[in-house]
Design a protein around this ligand. Structure first.
Ligand SMILES: [Zn+2]
Ligand SMILES: [Zn+2]
Length: 412
């Protein structure tokens, strides 16, 4: 049963709709003369979204396999996939499990290490919704095992999750204010989720609901949007490297645990809330209490690379985005080696593009290596003469770009 299982495709099909909505939001923002988007921030968000989908292909197998095992071994009831009631129940149950998963992702260091990625953007717009962890499949499945035990079939379980995630897309906007009393009471709305992404002290760890906000009202984590929000993480990432962004907090936790005396304290570093300092450490707690912020005084991370470099990186990014989307549609047709090769190439491309945008000194030489490797990969996928020609064009372009910009001063 598990081998022949085809997961629901809703997210992949929703991606073009997401981009249409992003276009509409961009139009509104432009018409109102507002500044809610920056290219560098959006490329970073989308890079994380791409890695989340591609790396996720390899992790889902583990979580799904365990779900299958629990469903087949322990399920109490049998939910019918054709019953509307069963679907309604599955959606609400998922949302309930999600509330707890999301809340603990903010309150427990080990889970925050994965979830912090979604909060690192210092902007708030629909593209931020796509900024997701690349390592989310490691732990999240644990929180949904009650659904397997109750008897929600694996396809229905995955579909409920995808519907939930698709719903959450639209709440990442500043162009919608409030949606009326009833909607604001029941649902997670743009206003509620803006609060969730804000680092103003009164907004920290509030409004975790996915579709419904009533969980926050019941369990005491609800906060109304009052003062203007400042977006990001309390300790800013200040990097557009998507691999570093995924690993940064894990590395920080391990480093901190390493320097903390006592086994129990080391374990607690992972289980306590972000900002926790073991009693055996003497240094003063940083960022406690969380400092007050305002949109006027907050300084966003916004490096300025030379314009040619920026234009080149944007063009390449669009190319990598299209390749990634095509791969997501057809990945099942590739063998395992080809999948690994392609995901590695996309990952490397996004890291270097991020480096170019930050004007890092290592990014330009590595860009030449990357373009050469792209050439080889095209050959590997058996594209013959066309690949040779495309490769030559890439090579010429990169050489031109490299020499054009090498005398400008990159930062280290
Ligand atoms: Zn969150
Ligand atoms: Zn969000």
């Amino acid at each position: 049963m598990y081998e022949k299982f085809i997961p629901p495709p809703f997210i992949t099909y929703a991606i073009p709709i997401f981009f249409v909505l992003i276009g509409i939001e961009l139009g509104i923002v432009k018409a109102r003369g507002l500044q809610f988007y920056r290219w560098n921030d959006s490329i970073s968000d989308l890079s994380m979204g791409i890695l989340s989908q591609l790396w996720g292909l390899f992790q889902k197998i583990v979580g799904l396999g365990i779900y299958f095992f629990f469903y087949e071994s322990f399920h109490v009831w049998e939910f019918s996939m054709t019953s509307l009631w069963a679907w309604a129940f599955a959606l609400v149950f998922w949302d309930f499990c999600y509330y707890w998963f999301h809340r603990l992702s903010h309150e427990v260091n080990l889970f925050w290490a994965g979830h912090t990625i979604h909060h690192q953007s210092e902007e708030y717009n629909l593209i931020v919704a796509l900024r997701q962890t690349g390592l989310g499949g490691l732990f999240s499945w644990v929180f949904y095992l009650p659904m397997a035990i109750v008897g929600i079939p694996p396809w229905m379980y995955l579909a409920s999750g995808q519907i939930n995630l698709i719903y959450q897309f639209w709440v990442h906007t500043r162009v919608v204010d409030r949606i009326g009393k009833l909607g604001e009471f029941l649902l997670s709305t743009p206003s509620h989720h803006r609060v969730h992404h804000a680092i103003n002290p009164k907004y920290i760890d509030r409004n975790h609901g996915g579709i419904l906000i009533i969980w926050d009202r019941i369990f005491g984590t609800f906060q109304e949007e009052e003062e203007p929000c400042v977006y990001g993480t309390v300790k800013p990432l200040r990097s557009f490297n998507p691999v570093f962004a995924n690993l940064q907090y894990y590395l920080e936790l391990f480093k901190f645990a390493w320097g903390t005396p006592g086994i129990w304290n080391k374990i607690q570093v992972f289980l306590r809330q972000p900002g926790w300092i073991p009693p055996t450490r003497t240094e003063p707690a940083k960022l406690v209490p969380i400092p007050e912020v305002s949109p006027e005084s907050f300084k966003k991370y916004d490096p300025e690379p030379p314009l040619e470099v920026y234009a080149y990186a944007k063009a390449w990014f669009v190319g990598v985005l299209l390749v990634s989307f095509a791969f997501l549609l057809f990945y099942a047709k590739f063998n395992f080696m080809s999948q690994i090769l392609l995901v590695t190439w996309v990952t490397m491309s996004l890291v270097i593009i991020g480096g170019l945008i930050e004007d890092k000194v290592w990014a330009r030489p590595l860009e030449l290596v990357r373009v050469l490797s792209s050439f080889l990969i095209l050959g590997y996928f058996g594209l013959g003469i066309p690949s040779f020609l495309i490769g030559l064009v890439f090579l010429a372009l990169s050489t031109f770009f490299f020499y054009r910009t090498r005398d400008l001063n990159p930062v280290t």
